[in-house]
Write a protein that binds this ligand. Sequence first.
Ligand code: ACO
Length: 432
Amino acid sequence: MNSAKLTVNLGGDEKSMDLPVLIGTEAEVALDIRNLRQQLGVIVLDPAYGNTGSCTSAITYIDGEKGILRYRGIPIEQLGEKSTFVEVSYLLINGRLPNKHELSEYSRKLTMHSLIHEDMKHFFDGYPATAHPMAILSAMVCSLSSFYPEALDATNTEVFDITATRLLSKLRTIAAFSYKKSIGQPFMYPKNELSYCANLIHMMFATPCEPYPIDDDIVKVINLLLILHADHEQNCSTSTVRLVGSGQANLFASIASGICALWGPRHGGANQEVITMLAQIRKNGDDVNKFLTLVKDRQSGVKLMGFGHRVYKNFDPRAVLIKSAADKVLSKLGRNDPLLETAKRLEEAALKDSYFVDRRLYPNVDFYSGIIYRALGFATNMFTVLFALGRLPGWIAQWKEMNEDPSTRIGRPRQVYTGNTALDYTPIDQRE
Ligand code: ACO
């Protein structure tokens, strides 16, 4: 058996232990420190978890050096070209591709659960027109739990399938309703004859006034975008879902917390920020080099949004696919978005600049996705909502995997305390 010897010398008191070494199916090597504190009385400090595996997982594999992303072993490029979001959701959650019958049954169930309870429609009325749709989305997902009390017990595996199906189907309806609310248009109910992504387009863009023809190429590109976002192993929002779920919070509550985590501009909120950044660059004279100088000035606090990734250090395979899809969508729609042109010049300039080269910063999934969403007519504040919709099957799969693992314990990191040692309480009249 592989092992690693760890010795700790504290003021001459030397203790050591053999740490088991775990090797994953793709040769990732990990030291298992589960018994470290118990045996040596020390903990490890790893803020931001750059060197910490929080779980073992058989869902998604990433090789950040080679730019590889696979769901259940299947490369993202193949899934993007040949699959649909519904099929990928099945794959992530159930661990394998469905056969014909399973896929049609799964699609049917997703179709049958697309309505939200009519009472929920009134919830939307309580929000001001300025409400960010991510605020509405997370609150609505948590609120769903009140309509399905049987799902409150996270350990009840019998209701998992129906709960996951409801979530996948209804998140799309909630996303569309929150958009309609923000632009003051009537909600559009889903149509059962439409596929998952076609229904999303219908609920977002159709109005009761006239028919809204749905373009197959646009459905295809929405499928691609959702597939590319569907899982990304233990990122910030997924780790949040797992952490919240480890306390046995129900699936709705765990996913609502993941949505909140995704919202941040360093994570899924970056797609919205990229568009704001590009628009700002154009407004200030469209000088990409001037903007990069600002980014490189540490005092400015300005980041090149849509660039950099904790894991990918050569390229993000999702960004490559999205960039090529952006070109196709814009030419298909006959749109000439000046922001795409600025984005390409910005990327080119950054990739030649030693600041970005030395730090191995490349465009990530968010750099070009906003350009496509814009071309398709989505409002900028909906971009992160679309990311959440895509990431949902991954969050569900990770929550399920964690709950099925008998070794799961409540997630509870430790800390190194650096505050005051014991102090007496000072009565208020004796304080300075
Ligand atoms: N612009 C400018 N400098 C950057 C950027 C950037 N986008 N990203 C990283 N750096 C710099 C850091 O300042 C740091 O420089 P230093 O070594 O001189 O201190 C170095 O590159 C390493 O970066 P870290 O911040 O340590 O990288 P980390 O892995 O912690 O952060 C993150 C990754 C959050 C994605 C970061 O690259 C970033 O903020 N990018 C912009 C926001 C973004 O696009 N987020 C979406 C990520 S993909 C996703 O979540 C869907």
